[in-house]
Design a protein around this ligand. Structure first.
Ligand code: ADP
Ligand code: MG
Length: 684
């Protein structure tokens, strides 16, 4: 079984180059390879004759190439290859785009199995870019359920399939991390069977059994890891921060704290003096004033002679928090320093030195805070903002810089209770359920293109009154083809400046800019040096520009509701009446009712529930929103029932063997270590 940890570089057909490509898929060892499950399957078992094949459904057709394929050159470098294939029922016109080399592969008079969707062109039947296999090779891919893997440059389906096959053939025994009793209780398949059938399903039932077992296994490891973290924390001693009055802090603020803010601070201080490490989640809608709670706790901590660290997900946000904290805390002689990736090596070195020697009290930064060379003299409080952007492992890397420091996690994304209980099962929760006084809700309108002129006039009017305006465009991935109606931030900004608002000052910010450039633009806008800021969602989190009174979202239907709510939270942060305009030309019922929710309520929790209901759990929890490690097969919302079962079983195992010292539990221990590989020390 040891060979599961072997590097796949030494497997037949792999080598150094391909091993490097495999790494991009997160595959380094034989075990990784076996755990890299297919993202989908193709059923190559259904055969049809040409004339009987259903239209537009993937099927196999057995047909003979009936003439020499001919290559055609079209405009703009596009080439295609046309050929005919026949069976006893009819003729199939096959076209391949940009694959002219197939000309010498597909030989006339030879029978192939073509796999693809049959189309119709008048009375003729067609197929475009079908996969194929010679009939006499049959059995390699045809006649089976075929795994489809995620790919990366330098790696194709065939290679992965071959490697997985070899790995399975060379692995006599896959250690079963599920105790036989658990397997029996939930009627779960054995490890060996499951790994075989998730890659090469014998039939639908076997695939189902394999998946069920692997989902359980994955959640069992996750639950075990979380349980282990929990029990560790409860054992450890916390730094005692004495409970003295907060009045000295509240007094110097330009405003008085809301009752909710006061309560959250009191709850946290109660934890911090208890002798156990605090582990608290602070949930509060956008604009509820979470930063102030953080500042109050930092103040308390530093007054007691300790240091604090505050981690934000982006440079812009770190910069803004840095400014705020400096303003709020410097009057007390508290030394706040900044640590971000864009600083020069020399600046970073100096900052780290200050922290190590205790010449600085508070470190405000990005991920840069968790890099290995950062250390503190006396770190007692760790705060992370917009927590769902950080993984569990990153959080624990930061706490590792102190000796069981107190932890406050801040989140503006309310998550459904059932899930919170599992993910945050060990966190105490404070909620800011009250907005600072004087806020009026942002008035929201969902509009179509026909309102364009009126909205542009409205922009002019507000700018005339001295206000500023955000215009947000959907993020466009590097290689995503741009649909006709979707606007890219940069081009759009240029267009607006040139054609619509030549007399106004338009700035642009987008994800492909360097951190320094983004900072410069954001700073300029915050300083009132522009009237309109066109951006992608980089401004989504936390950024505070009190003078901004209008948020316009283009192609609003391309955003999730929670995301729109975050965006809307960028305005209405000052004393000015604020508006949000959601442009959308989508006429679909679902787009309309989604945007309708935004116009009806400003309540973030309600909106996230609607989001969940309308989009379904898959989308809602996609893209690491939960801050947990990526799951291979499990779906944290759909597999909720299994998650509960797995959690129960993991708790039982850990109750009986808290350190996982029993050899029977070694496979589980190893898998947990692997899950949080980055910080194996947490689990030693
Ligand atoms: P969020 O919870 O979204 O992170 P922030 O901490 O950024 O909210 O606070 C939003 C705005 O409200 C900031 O401009 C902040 O200065 C202001 N603010 C916070 N608390 C109060 C308060 N008690 N009274 C008035 N304004 C406040
Ligand atoms: Mg914030």
């Amino acid at each position: 079984m040891d060979h599961l940890n072997d590097n796949i570089q030494y497997m037949k057909g792999v080598g150094e180059k391909r091993a490097a490509a495999f790494q991009k898929l997160g595959v380094r060892t034989v075990r990784d390879l076996l755990s890299n499950f297919p993202r989908a399957y193709e059923d190559r078992r259904t055969f049809y004759t040409i004339s009987e094949a259903p239209i537009d459904t993937p099927v196999c057709v057995r047909a003979m190439v009936s003439g020499t394929p001919s290559a055609v050159r079209a405009r703009r470098g596009l080439t295609f290859l046309k050929l005919k294939a026949v069976d006893e029922t009819g003729v199939l016109d096959i076209t391949y785009f940009n694959q002219n080399w197939l000309k010498n592969t597909l030989a006339p008079g030879v029978t192939y199995i073509f796999y693809g969707r049959v189309g119709e062109n008048g009375r003729r039947r067609t197929m475009t870019n079908p996969a194929f296999e010679r009939e006499d090779d049959q059995g390699v891919v045809t006649g089976r359920i075929l795994p489809i893997y995620r790919l990366t440059a330098g790696i194709n389906q065939k290679l992965i399939m071959q490697c997985v096959r070899t790995a399975l053939d060379n692995t006599q025994e896959i250690p079963d991390i599920l105790p036989p009793a658990v397997r029996g209780k939930y009627e779960l398949a054995q490890a060996r069977f499951s790994y075989e059938n998730i890659h090469f399903p014998r039939d639908d039932i076997s695939l189902d059994q394999a998946r069920t077992r692997l989902v359980f296994e994955e959640l069992y490891v996750l639950a075990g890891a979380l349980e282990l973290m929990r029990s560790r924390r409860k054992e450890s001693d916390g730094i005692v921060i004495p409970d003295t009055s907060m009045d000295g802090f509240w007094e110097k603020l330009p405003f008085s704290p809301t009752n909710a803010q006061r309560r959250a601070v009191e709850e946290a201080i109660e934890d911090m003096r208890s002798g156990k490490p605090m582990n608290r989640l602070l949930q509060g809608d956008v604009g509820s004033g979470k930063t102030l709670v953080a500042a109050a706790l930092i103040w308390r901590t530093v007054q007691s002679g300790y240091q604090a660290a505050f981690m934000a997900p982006t440079e812009i946000l770190a910069e803004q928090h840095f400014q705020n904290l400096t303003d709020m805390l410097e009057p007390y002689g508290i030394r706040v320093v900044k640590l971000t990736g864009s600083m020069t090596a020399a600046q970073k070195r100096k900052t780290v030195e200050n922290l190590t020697l205790g010449q600085a009290d508070v470190a405000m930064g990005t991920h840069a805070l968790i890099s290995a060379n950062v250390s503190f003299r006396d770190l007692a409080l760790v705060i992370t903002d917009e927590q769902h952007r950080f993984g569990v492992d990153q959080r624990s890397a930061l706490t590792g810089k102190g000796t069981h420091p107190h932890v406050l996690v801040m989140s503006a994304t309310p998550i459904p209770r059932t899930l919170a209980l599992i993910i945050y099962g060990d966190l105490d929760i404070s909620v800011l359920d009250e907005l600072p006084p004087g806020r009026t809700p942002v008035e929201t309108f969902a509009v179509g293109e026909e309102m364009r002129v009126r909205i542009w006039n409205f922009v002019r009017r507000l700018v005339g009154e001295g206000r500023q305006v955000f215009i947000v465009c959907p993020m466009v991935e590097e290689n995503e083809a741009l649909p006709e109606n979707v606007k890219s931030a940069q081009e759009y900004a240029e267009e607006l400046q040139r054609d619509i608002f030549p007399d106004l000052r338009v700035l642009c910010i987008h994800g492909r800019m360097k951190a320094k450039e983004k900072d410069a633009v954001m700073t300029a806008f915050a300083a009132g040096e522009a009237d309109i800021l066109v951006s992608t969602t980089v401004i989504e989190v936390g950024v505070d520009i009190p003078n901004a009174a209008l948020m316009i979202v283009e192609n609003a239907d391309r955003f999730g509701l929670s995301q729109l709510h975050q965006l809307r939270g960028r305005v209405g942060r000052g004393k000015h009446k604020s508006y949000c305009i959601l442009f959308s030309d989508s006429r679909t019922e679902s787009a309309r009712s989604r945007l309708g929710v935004m116009t009806k309520t400003n309540d973030g929790f309600l909106i996230s529930q609607e989001d969940l209901r309308l989009r379904g759990p898959g989308d809602f929890f996609g893209s690491r929103q939960h801050g947990l490690p990526d799951m291979h097969v499990a779906d944290l919302s759909a597999d909720m029932r299994v998650l509960k079962q797995a959690q129960q079983e993991a708790q039982k195992v850990l109750a009986a063997d808290p350190e996982l010292k029993n050899p029977e539990n070694w496979p589980l221990r190893d898998r947990i270590r692997e899950l949080f590989e980055l910080h194996a020390d947490t689990f030693n």
